[in-house]
Design a protein around this ligand. Structure first.
Ligand code: ADP
Length: 264
């Protein structure tokens, strides 16, 4: 049974228990982001993360070329090697892959974004962000079948070779679809989808596919991306998706037992 696990990069996401657990399993793909490491490296290099606000008030990170350099440096140069090394130390044949390699994650650049600047609505021209449309599942299967553990991270690439920033949760959903995963586990720094984000005891334990639209308004920010990723994975044929906490022992087994929010 192939499972795809995604671990976040925001503060409060723990990788230690996950590495310990996955080292004892086979047939998994790990997808990671690293927003905290990206922000910290950007600040250290004098290229802080910038945001823009759409006319409808949605705030998005501006993935301009300088930011993409920082993102690639942080994820491919720091977060991924430290995860790969932690697995290698436990005897796992881990292989780090960015979405550009292969190419593994091929996407389309988002077009038509608008931003509000000083009361005026302007076209956003310097944003290289998009969505994954195609995953090279053959490359992942090739590795899995030979006992290697792929550890995948953004950015992705367009068919024209432009590097684009993509959401790691949505990328994980596309990866899970491509490898026909039985389950996608989205690990996070909260117990799962909460009815009230300020109340950790308000966990929603189960969401049927037809209930996703109804719970979506409860999920803000990064949790919204996870619910959308869950929806995409289920539509892609993945058996079930679990949004579950990373900061406990054996977080994947716990998630697969249903400890978190099971969607599907
Ligand atoms: P990443 O995987 O990108 O690092 P996080 O693990 O930080 O993302 O995403 C989860 C975050 O989503 C929580 O820390 C919380 O602040 C936010 N959130 C917003 N709405 C909800 C909700 N209804 N339930 C749980 N978390 C929510």
């Amino acid at each position: 049974m192939t499972i795809v696990v995604k671990v976040g990069g925001a503060v409060g996401n723990a990788a230690g228990p996950l590495v310990e657990e996955l080292a004892g399993r086979t047939d998994w793909v790990l997808v990671h982001g690293g927003s905290d490491a990206v922000d910290r490296l950007g600040d250290a290099l004098g290229v802080p993360s910038r945001y823009y606000t759409s006319p409808s008030g949605v705030v998005s990170r501006r993935s301009d070329p300088a930011h993409l350099d920082v993102l690639t440096l942080a994820l491919a140069g720091r977060v991924n090697p430290s995860l790969v090394a932690a697995f290698v130390a436990r005897g796992v044949k881990a292989v780090g892959l960015s979405g550009i390699d292969g190419p593994l994650l091929v996407g389309r650049r988002k077009e038509g974004a608008r931003e509000v600047v000083g009361g005026k609505i302007l076209r956003v021209t310097d944003d290289y962000a998009g969505t994954v449309e195609r995953v090279d599942g053959t490359l992942l299967r090739l590795l899995l079948d030979r006992g290697y553990a792929p550890i995948v991270h953004p950015p992705a690439v367009t068919s024209a070779g432009e590097v684009i920033n993509v959401d790691a949760d949505r990328a994980a959903a596309a990866v899970a679809t491509a490898v026909r995963a039985e389950a996608l586990v989205l690990l996070t720094n909260v117990p799962g989808l909460l009815r009230d984000v300020a109340d950790p005891s308000s966990l929603i334990a189960r969401v049927a596919p037809e209930e996703i639209e109804a719970v979506l308004p409860l999920a803000q920010g990064r949790m919204r991306k996870k619910i959308l990723a869950a929806q995409a994975a289920l539509a892609g044929g993945v058996g079930r998706v679990v949004v579950a906490p990373s900061g406990r022992n054996s977080p994947v087994a716990a998630a697969l037992r249903g400890e978190g929010t099971v969607i599907g």
